[in-house]
Each structure stands twice: as C-alpha cells, then as structure tokens.
Design a protein around this ligand. Structure first.
Ligand code: F6R
Length: 615
C-alpha cells in the first residue's frame, strides 16, 4: 500500500521517479507526488489522481534535478486530495518526506506538535512525522538529520517506510523502515530507493533490503551507512541480487496486466512445479521446506493463515491436505486469527500464504505463531519479501510478478504448491498409494495444457459476459473443493466490475440466499464431474424453479447440466482435487470481460491496492 521511489545520483531524477511510480501504481493510485532537490531548495509537485495526472500537472514545471523522492498513495488517513498527497513538507519547507505505512499514535503526536505551534496542512498521519523530525532537529540541537529521524521514529507506534530530502543536506537522502518494505538499489555512482524491485531493475540488480527499525544514510560522497533505531551501526550492508526481469513487468501485447496474467497461467503452473516433481523417483521434493519436513510430518494440525484470494487458495489447501495427508487443517483469515487469542501449540504448523509477502495481517499471524513456538511455513510469490524472510522455511510459487490488482496466476500457483506439499507429505506419511500418487501427479502435469485449452474459450466467455454486464448481483455456487472456487469467482467479479457477487456452498442456498433468486439473477455454478455432482444438479433445479439464470462450468462431454443451463462452459476433466486449477480460469475471464464491458479500470479497480501492507 502506497509506493515510494527515490533517486540520488547524476542522472535526471524526474523520469526515473515517474517511471518508478508507474511500476508501483499497483500499490495505490489515488494521488501522487514528487519532491525534487533544486538549486533554490525543494520543489514539490503533487495532485489527486493517477501518476499520469501528476505527469500532466508537471508538464510545464521545472523538473531538472538529480535527486528526488516520489509517492503514489492509497489513502488511509484523509481522503484522496491534493493536500493529503505525499510528499509532505516541514513548516520551513526544508524537509520533504514520503511514507508508506501507518503512524498509529499520530493523534497524540499531532496534539503535542499543535501545542508547540505547528500547523498542519493535511489530514494525514504522515505529516506528523515530518514536523516531528523537524522539531527534534531544531529543538534538541541534534547536528545530524539522520539522528533526528532516528529519535523521531523512537516515538512512533506503527509501520513505516520513509524517505526524506533535506534542503540543508542536498547530498543526502535518509531512508528508514519498519513493517513496510523498502529496498536500496546500488548503482555505479548512484542510489535508488523503492518499495520493491520494479522501479530499480533496469538500472541495477544490486540491492540491499533494509531491515525493520533501520535508518540508512545515502550520500554519494560516503559509504552506505546503516544504523538501527538504537543507534548501533551495521558493520556491512548485505548486498543481494534482485531476482526480476524487465520483460516480466511489461504487458507483452495484452490490453491489460490482468489478461496477460490469466494467459500466463500454463507457464506459471509449470514454473511452480519445475524441479519439484520427479516421476522416476516417485517423489515430490520442495527444496525450501526440506529442513522442516520432519516438523511437517509430525504436525498434529495445520493452520493456514491468509487474506483474500490467498485465503481461498488456503481453503483449497484444506481439502488437499485433509484428503491426502489426513491431518486436521484450519483455515484462518489472518486478520481475525491474530486478534482472537488463538490456541497455538508447538506441534502445530502454520502455513502462511501470500502473493506479495507484505500483507500486514498475514505477517502478524506469522509473528504470533512463531512466538508460540509453532513451525511457520510460507507460500509466497515475491522473492525476498518480508514474509519469505520471516518464516522458518517455505516454497516460492514462481508465478512471476503479478501486477494486475486482481490476483489470478498467483492463485493457481498457490494451489499448485499446496497440492505438491500435500502429495509430498502424504507419500512420506504412507497415506497415499503409489498408483493414486501417480494418477494425481500425472493430472497435475497435464494442467498447463488443459488451461491452454480453456483459454481458447476466451471469445465465447466474452459473449456470456455481455449477458452479465448489466446485472446488479450474481451468485456463485460450488461444492467440495469447488466451493472456494465459487468464492474466488465472486471476489473476482465484485472487485473489478463492482457487481455485487456472493459465493456459497451450493447446498447452503436453501438456507437463505435462494430468497434473492429471480429472473434477473445470474447464478454461476461449478458443476464439474465430482462426488457431489448429482447434489449440485438438484441445487441447479432449485434455482431454475425460481427463474434464476444458470451459467455453468461443466466437465467436457457433460449433457445433464448443459441442458439445464442458459450458458455453459465446458472444461477438460481432471482429478477432482485439482479442479480449482482449471475451473477458476473461466471465472477469471468472465470477470475480466464483464468489467471491461462496464468500462471499469481492470488493472486498477477503485479503492483497492495490490499490496495490503496496513491493517
Ligand atoms: C484479490 C486480491 C486480494 C489479495 C489479498 C492478499 O484479487 O488480490 O484479495 O489476495 O489482499 O494479498 P497477498 O496474497 O499479497 O497476501
């Protein structure tokens, strides 16, 4: 949430900052701003709206500078408007600050600063920080700005990734972080700072991930200096290689990132499996968890914690683990889990699932489980993210960068990794016969090809979307492992098309939701070949009797449900436990086309951000 970029060097900073912001826009896009160090001090340009609007606003401004900071915002405190956009200036205009995170005790700090005569121009929590730093810098006779920043941060409850420019120190950029991501790119003779590697990758692959409660001083005339909040200097910054390619960040000929990412699923799933399945040796091996495999084999219970789409993947994980590994699984919304004083034992294994690896609630759930002595395993897409560094062990999904705000390929890659984990543990625990194991592995290996087939239905799904586009509501139904698919389909539709959609286990309809069904209600049913197929057929009958319109996802060659449906999408057959990998794809395409027909901004849906790094 919120993206920050900064540059210090000899190149022109403005184009680097603007391009960087565009790459970070998935983190928030309700306002944007830039502060540039110029001969006569700091120049500040900011406005409500997307980065392109900031670009228009700056088109007639002097943007010549070799040092600057920039921000794209997802509003938490204060509505999206020009005043609340970052950067924020100190009262004397000599400090400019950008911030990603939340200052939870901002009201207390603000009152204190107001009583000392500070005037606030915005409603943000961030403006408190810049005044606080200025206050300490001046009133406590601190000689170095970095020291004032450190002292100010000691007063902050909450999370931050910040970058600060100072007109009095025009060669220096100060950055700090706690709970929000920040990395420093080290160029030949310049520095880059960003919330993730995307704005940096074309300039350098040498990066330092700042740790929590560290403050770094970037100065072209000195070595990179990092201290922690207690003023202890770090001996040496650990420089790592950025695992990212520029091509992965482009749209590659697709109209939207979301569509590109839907079409990338055959490759994403193959990449998730690569090197992990050895059919000759009859094993699945997940290198990242080997050291903790024993703990997983002895686990009395698995707790899966995640949010949103990743939580839906977690629900699929529950079916996979309970069916194959035969160990109880609880799937938890990370946001609820952390606050309800959960019972966590040392022989529990918590699996945290997150595409970004920066979701605040998921990270808090991980910290809680670790503090209670449980083993914590991550399933994460972004290499080097906070989650991947916090867990005891884990498996990357290797889906490649996901930029569209609506998660698609990350979901199928997460389910793939969960399936691999379940297969690995089930075999080692002796819970799965070799023949069944071979059958599932074989089906898993054929999934990419099957998705390629489904993607060929894109045009016919577009036609179905025309029927849905003017509807106000939709219901998604599924049973068994297709129930989370129904939830995921509904989430996709509501988040990008703003049509109200609900996912239900099909049999629950008659306990309430069926009251909503009339001739205006599209009911999307996942009715693939499965144990409960006949029951789903009865549930469809109940909807038809109330004049609901049926859009069904069925297995190739199905006749029964097809006959009952107003629209029908046939998908290749697969092992029942793997159906989410195929059945979710037409639902992603349906949501995409409906949103497009309704004129919505598919990649940047209103009110959302991709990386939810605040509570
Ligand atoms: C929905 C979506 C969100 C995320 C959720 C968790 O399309 O993208 O619901 O799934 O915010 O994010 P991660 O997986 O990054 O923890």
């Amino acid at each position: 949430m919120c993206g920050i970029v900064a540059y210090l060097g000899h190149k022109q900073a403005y184009p680097i900052l603007i391009n960087g912001l565009k790459r970070l826009e998935y983190r928030g896009y309700d306002s944007a701003g830039v502060a540039l160090m110029q001969e006569n001090g700091i120049s500040l340009y900011k406005c409500r709206g997307k980065v392109s609007e900031l670009e228009d606003y700056c088109s007639d401004k002097n943007t010549t500078s070799t040092m600057g900071i920039a921000h794209t915002r997802w509003a938490t405190h204060g509505e999206p408007n020009d005043q609340n956009a970052h950067p924020h200036l100190s009262e004397d205009g000599k400090l400019a600050l950008i911030h990603n995170g939340i200052v939870e005790n901002y009201l207390v700090l603000k009152q204190e600063l107001i009583s000392r005569g500070y005037k606030f121009k915005s409603n943000t929590d961030t403006e408190v920080l810049v005044h606080l730093i200025q206050d300490i810098y001046k009133s406590e006779q601190v000689t170095e700005l970095a020291e004032a920043v450190r002292l100010a941060l000691l007063n902050v409850v909450g999370t931050y990734a910040i970058a600060i420019l100072s007109a009095d120190n025009p060669d220096e950029l100060i950055v700090a972080k706690k709970g929000s991501p920040l990395l420093i790119g080290i160029g030949k003779d310049d520095y880059f700072v960003a919330s993730d590697g995307a704005p940096i990758v074309e300039y350098t692959k040498r990066v330092v991930y700042l740790e929590d409660e560290e403050v770094a001083v970037l100065n072209l005339n000195k070595k990179l200096e990092i201290k922690n909040i207690n003023s202890e200097a770090k001996k040496r910054a650990y420089v790592q290689k950025l695992e990212l390619n520029l091509e992965q960040l482009e749209k590659g000929g697709f109209e939207h990132y979301m569509l590109k990412e839907i079409f990338e699923q055959p490759k994403a799933i193959s990449d998730s499996m690569r090197g992990r399945v050895n059919t000759k040796k009859d094993v699945v091996s997940l290198g990242g968890i080997i050291e903790y495999e024993e703990k997983m084999l002895n686990a009395k219970r698995f707790i899966i914690a995640a949010c949103g789409t990743s939580w839906h993947a977690g629900l699929c994980g529950e079916y996979l683990f309970e069916n194959l590994v035969r160990v109880p699984v609880e799937v938890e919304y990370a946001s609820e889990f952390r606050y309800r004083n959960p019972i966590i034992n040392e022989d529990d294994v918590l699996i945290a699932i997150s595409q970004s690896g920066e979701t605040a609630d998921t990270i808090a759930a991980v910290e809680l489980a670790k503090s209670k002595g449980a083993t914590v395993i991550g399933i994460c897409n972004v290499v080097g993210s906070t989650l991947s560094r916090l867990t005891h062990a884990g498996s990357y999904t290797h889906a490649g960068p996901e930029i569209g705000v609506a998660s698609t390929k990350a979901f199928t890659a997460q389910v793939t990794v969960l399936a691999l984990m379940a297969l690995c543990l089930a075999r080692k625990k002796g819970k799965l016969s070799l023949s069944k194991y071979h059958q599932i592995i074989n089906d898993l290996e054929n999934i990419p090809e099957k998705i390629t087939e489904i993607l060929k239905l894109n045009d016919s799904i577009k036609e179905i979307a025309k029927y849905c586009a003017d509807k106000r509501n939709a219901i998604y139904l599924g049973r068994g492992i297709n129930y989370p698919v129904a939830l995921e389909g509904a989430l996709k539709l509501k988040e990008i098309s703003y049509i109200h959609a609900e996912g239900y286990p099909a049999a629950e309809m008659k306990h309430g939701p069926i009251a909503l069904v009339d001739e205006e209600m599209p009911v999307i049913v996942i009715a693939t070949e499965q144990e409960t197929y006949e029951k789903v057929v009865s549930n469809i009958q109940e909807v038809i009797a109330r004049k609901g319109k049926i859009i069904s996802i069925v297995s190739e060659g199905d006749t029964q449900v097809k006959k009952m449906s107003d629209f029908c999408i046939e998908i290749p057959r697969t092992e029942e436990l793997l159906t989410p990998l195929v059945a979710s794809v037409p639902l992603q395409l349906l949501a995409y086309h409906v949103a497009l027909l309704r004129g919505c901004d598919v990649d940047k849906p209103r009110n959302l951000a991709k990386s939810v790094s605040v509570e």
